[in-house]
Design a protein around this ligand. Structure first.
Ligand SMILES: Cc1cc2nc3c(=O)[nH]c(=O)nc-3n(C[C@H](O)[C@H](O)[C@H](O)COP(=O)(O)O)c2cc1C
Length: 369
């Protein structure tokens, strides 16, 4: 029997050393984590099919035959199709006028360049389907769906030897995805950075782990330390999926001003709100959040229109260095991130701390097969 509590069924199913999964938009982070013995899923929602193909090639050249994943999102409630201009024209009047007034009050100029349809991501249902074709053609080892049930792609993916992972925020979503044949469930709690459901990480991970049988469940939401990793394993998870953690690594391509904000932030500096995209999302608090919480603010527009409204302001804030409107998706674990380290070091520190926790509890030595 294995003496290493970090050697889980997720490690066996992927042939990896540590059950640590990086969700990242940065290729350098993905490669560093994979080559350190972990696993990475590249967030490709903001890329064109050609860019995704190029990223896959780039990653493969640097990791050899080790496995990796691509993360896409398939929200069911956005329009079936439409160009950026067509969608911008449909932004509801009340929210549009509120933002126009806000821009005047804070002297926010237009961005230097408005993001294109693919850069905006999941604005319609057609875009993710085009991105998906590349993932299938390239037979990426893992296809993760960050939003929406990936049931429709399970058969095609399995025929190509790919695993399908589903990220869920509610146990009933996990049940449906397990019934559809999804291979791994990422159970994500409200602590998480980015889009997230209303249930705490402790509650959702243990409940989904209890329903998944032999299939691995990965814990997500606020996980940034080795103690968190050890906690996730004891809740029944076979690994952890971390997003915020990698934003402040040396390899991360996030702007320095954002990295500094993240390193300075505490748990109390994040907000859980629909004001960024129309779906509930955890992000670093900024003036935008304050404005949408003010008594005269309308309700946020539904997705994707709220994200379209925010996209221009976000870009203006970066283009014109308006710090009070700068934000980033960030989970509550951000309070544990205080220094900028190489991604490999982050993996090793997490492993060492988690093994230390188990050794304290159950006696040394652990970490050997
Ligand atoms: C900056 C950032 C961007 C994210 N973008 C996506 C995304 O495009 N697709 C997705 O499935 N999840 C996205 N997420 C959520 C992550 O996949 C992950 O579930 C989350 O970060 C876990 O919580 P943590 O940030 O507390 O580790 C994002 C998270 C962050 C922090």
């Amino acid at each position: 029997m294995s003496r290493n509590p970090l050697h889980t069924k997720l490690c066996d199913s992927l042939g990896i050393e540590y059950p640590i999964v990086a969700f990242t938009h940065c290729k350098d982070v993905a490669v560093a984590v994979i080559n350190a013995g972990g696993f990475a899923c590249m967030g490709e929602t903001h890329h064109t099919p050609d860019e995704i193909a190029a990223d896959i090639k780039w990653i493969r050249e640097r990791i050899g035959d080790k496995p990796f994943g691509i993360d896409l999102v398939f929200p069911a409630s956005v329009p079936p199709a439409g160009t950026a201009e067509e969608l911008f024209a449909k932004i509801p009047k009340a929210q549009r006028e509120f933002v126009e007034d806000m821009k005047k009050r804070y002297n926010i100029p237009p961005p230097k360049r408005r993001p294109e349809l693919f850069e905006l991501g999941w604005m319609n249902q057609e875009t993710p389907r085009k991105q998906l074709e590349v993932a299938l053609d390239e037979r990426v080892p893992v296809l993760a769906s960050g939003l929406g049930n990936p049931a429709f792609v399970v058969k095609a993916a399995h025929e190509r030897g790919m695993q399908v992972w589903g990220l869920v925020g509610k146990p009933r979503q996990a049940k449906k995805e397990l019934e559809a044949g999804v291979d791994v469930i990422v159970a994500q709690g409200i602590d998480a950075g980015g889009h997230t459901g209303p249930i705490g990480t402790f509650s959702i991970v243990s409940q989904v782990a209890a329903m998944a049988g032999d299939r691995p469940v990965i814990a997500a939401g606020g996980i940034t330390t080795g103690r968190h990793l050890a906690g996730a394993i004891t809740l029944g998870a076979s690994g952890v999926w971390c997003g915020t953690l990698w934003l402040t690594t040396r390899e991360s391509d996030r702007e320095m001003v954002i990295k500094e904000k993240l390193l300075a932030a505490t748990q109390e500096d994040t907000s859980y709100s629909a004001c960024i995209s129309g779906f509930t999302m955890r992000t670093l608090k900024c003036k935008w959040h304050e404005e949408w919480e003010s008594p005269n603010a309308p309700k946020p527009a539904p997705a994707p229109y709220q994200l379209l409204l925010f996209a221009d302001v976000k870009q203006s804030a970066m283009d014109w260095k308006i710090e009070s409107f700068m934000t980033e998706a960030a989970g509550q674990g951000v309070g544990f991130m205080t220094t900028m380290k190489p991604a490999r070091q982050v993996v090793m520190d997490m492993v060492e701390e988690a093994l230390g926790v188990f050794e304290d509890l159950f006696g040394a030595p652990l970490g050997e097969e």
